[in-house]
Design a protein around this ligand. Structure first.
Ligand SMILES: Nc1ncnc2c1ncn2[C@@H]1O[C@H](COP(=O)(O)OP(=O)(O)O)[C@@H](O)[C@H]1O
Ligand SMILES: [Mg+2]
Length: 251
């Protein structure tokens, strides 16, 4: 996919290729003279699950949009391997197209069997003929994931995809995303403001601050993870501190 960004090169995914899923070097973005991204360096390995934390307005969505090729105002180096797919907080389904047709929008060439397979994978096999407005919030987000995965991306970008869902649906979606990631193996960048979500899902958790990746923690805890695992408790404290959140009970 051609991003059309300055300094951007893209490479096609091939069997012997060991290029990372994405590599960003010195990525800079200014809005009206204000620097939001200030030379971000980031590599996402193939099949690696990376979570990106940061305060509201720290530039998380700006970085994700750059990786998605949706922002032409970015400077710096950006390389991605294979197809890139994005899912946002809002499912962004087209209301006048049935669910099946919405999923097929993720494909370059019509392939009804692939769309049906993707729907089955997210548990919506029976909803292909439904209209988006008849879906629950969780179902609509599943359809959005199916549309992203149907193109077998090398890089899957998720911008707070679960924040609008209720707590129980969110747990189900976490399991689904891990299951899909396991089966398809894309590199993932998950933007979230939820430290626990990052710790439950990711191999590596980054904190964006001051326009750069200011901190990273590796999460080696085997999955499925429980939020009370001692390793995660320690990492949670570190990450909250990095985010400028003071623990309860202290000043
Ligand atoms: N298109 C835009 N025009 C002007 N300012 C923008 C634009 N997009 C984002 N910003 C600004 O850049 C900063 C980072 O935004 P964003 O990446 O959406 O933050 P986050 O996703 O971390 O909450 C914010 O101050 C936001 O107002
Ligand atoms: Mg955002």
């Amino acid at each position: 996919m051609a991003h059309g960004l300055p300094g951007v090169t893209t490479t096609a995914k091939t069997g012997g290729d060991t290029a990372p899923a994405a590599r960003v070097t010195g990525l800079t973005r200014r809005f009206d003279g204000r620097t939001v991204l200030d030379g971000v360096d980031l590599t996402i390995e193939r099949g690696e699950f990376v979570a990106l934390l940061g305060r509201s307005g720290s530039g998380k969505s700006t970085l994700l949009r750059a990786l998605a090729g949706l922002d032409r105002g970015t400077n710096g180096g950006l390389e991605v391997s294979g197809a890139v797919a994005v899912a946002f907080q809002e499912p962004r389904l087209i209301p006048w197209k049935r669910v099946r047709a919405n999923v097929a929008l993720g494909l370059r060439a019509a392939d009804p069997a692939a769309a049906a397979r993707a729907l089955a994978e997210v548990g919506l096999a029976d909803h292909g003929g439904a209209w988006p407005l008849t879906l629950s919030g969780g179902e609509a987000q599943r359809a959005s994931l199916a549309r992203a995965l149907v193109r077998e991306p090398g890089l899957l970008l998720l911008d707070e995809p679960f924040s609008a869902l209720d707590a129980l649906t969110r747990i189900t979606m976490h399991r689904l995303v891990l299951d899909l990631w396991d089966r398809h193996g894309p590199g993932v960048l998950l933007v979230t403001h939820d430290v626990d979500e990052a710790l439950l899902l990711a191999d590596r958790v980054l904190v964006l601050d001051g326009g750069r990746i200011a901190h990273q923690s590796r999460v080696a805890t085997p999955r499925p993870r429980h939020r009370d695992h001692p390793d995660l408790t320690a990492l949670r404290a570190t990450l909250l501190e990095r985010l400028g959140v003071t623990p309860e009970g202290t000043a």
